[in-house]
Design a protein around this ligand. Structure first.
Ligand code: R5P
Length: 291
């Protein structure tokens, strides 16, 4: 088995190679004078090839590079190709929001499916959208790895694990269950036309250490709003954890300014806060898919 590491995915690809006891090879990339991309793979591939290629910003460039790398693998000897795309761009555009809109994520899923025999991703924004892929696919979670890290780092403080909204509930539960921590999610309640209250559904956070857990931190807006609410309720210390640390628009500085003591992230996209790897669950999925 050969793992092909694309730019931006080398950290995860390297750990994945160890997990799978595979061979690691690098994808080279270059640009033509008019700006078009070319990616090159070793010309003597054989057997099962795992293309590890994440797609954060610049999303469109990364998606094109992913598609041409899958084609390069197929042209250069791969018998079977598994696309490991730990963060998939456009995953939040998963339905038609307004008349005239596309279902952009379905278009992305179809393009990947046309160029790979199987697909693996990590903590997909809406797990049910895995059905958009037209090849055998797996959506794995890095939440247990994150739970183990938090237990080691903060276990003595008995932190409460909180999802900033209902969508993050399952993630918070999975992280918490690793070390029997208490968990909850925040709920937004509209009191009047211009008054909204955000608070945990069940747990009193006064005086507690709280770790907010979400699938991704993009602009940081969700985490900052959640922090304000938790501070008002008396939370003592705040940490932010996520699978995909996209961190656009100076998000990490905004999080620090909002009172977060640290940010914990995985290696699904390049970021300075990676403390855990998604390689183990990804490797399990790859083994299942290639039999
Ligand atoms: C939303 O449903 C997602 O799970 C994240 O909470 C959201 O995308 C994070 O974005 P931002 O950091 O820009 O608030």
């Amino acid at each position: 088995m050969i793992v092909l590491a694309s730019h931006g995915s080398s950290r995860l690809a390297t750990t994945l190679t160890e997990e799978l006891d595979a061979e690691l090879a690098a994808v080279e990339e270059d640009r033509f004078p008019d700006g078009e991309w070319i990616t090159r793979v070793p010309p003597d591939l054989e057997g099962t090839v795992i293309v590890v290629h994440t797609t954060p910003a610049p999303q469109d460039e990364n998606l094109i590079k992913l598609l041409i790398t899958l084609d390069a693998a197929s042209e250069n000897g791969a018998d079977e190709i598994v696309a490991v795309v730990p963060y998939v761009a456009y995953s939040r555009q998963d339905r038609r929001f307004e008349p005239g809109d596309p279902v952009s994520f379905r278009a992305v899923a179809r393009a990947i499916s046309a160029n790979a025999d199987a697909f693996v991703t990590v903590d997909l924004h809406e797990p049910s959208t895995l059905e958009f892929f037209e090849v055998p696919s797996r959506n794995v979670t890095a939440a247990e790895e994150m739970g183990r890290f938090i237990a080691e780092e903060l276990g003595d403080e008995e932190p409460v694990i909180v999802g900033p909204d209902e969508g993050a509930r399952e993630l918070a539960k999975t992280v918490a269950e690793v070390f029997d921590a208490e968990w909850d999610h925040l709920e937004k309640e509209r009191i009047s036309g211009d008054e909204v209250v955000i608070e945990p559904k069940e747990i009193d956070v006064e005086g507690r250490t709280v770790v907010l857990v979400d699938d991704m931190i993009d602009t940081g807006g969700t985490m900052v709003e959640a922090a304000k609410a938790l501070k008002e309720l008396g939370a003592e210390r705040l940490y932010a954890a996520c699978t995909h640390a996209l961190l656009t628009r100076n998000a990490d500085a905004r999080l620090r300014a909002a009172g977060f003591e640290d940010i914990f992230a995985t290696d699904t996209v390049p970021n300075p806060y990676t403390v855990v790897s998604a390689a183990r669950p990804v490797a399990e999925a790859v083994r299942e898919l290639v039999g």
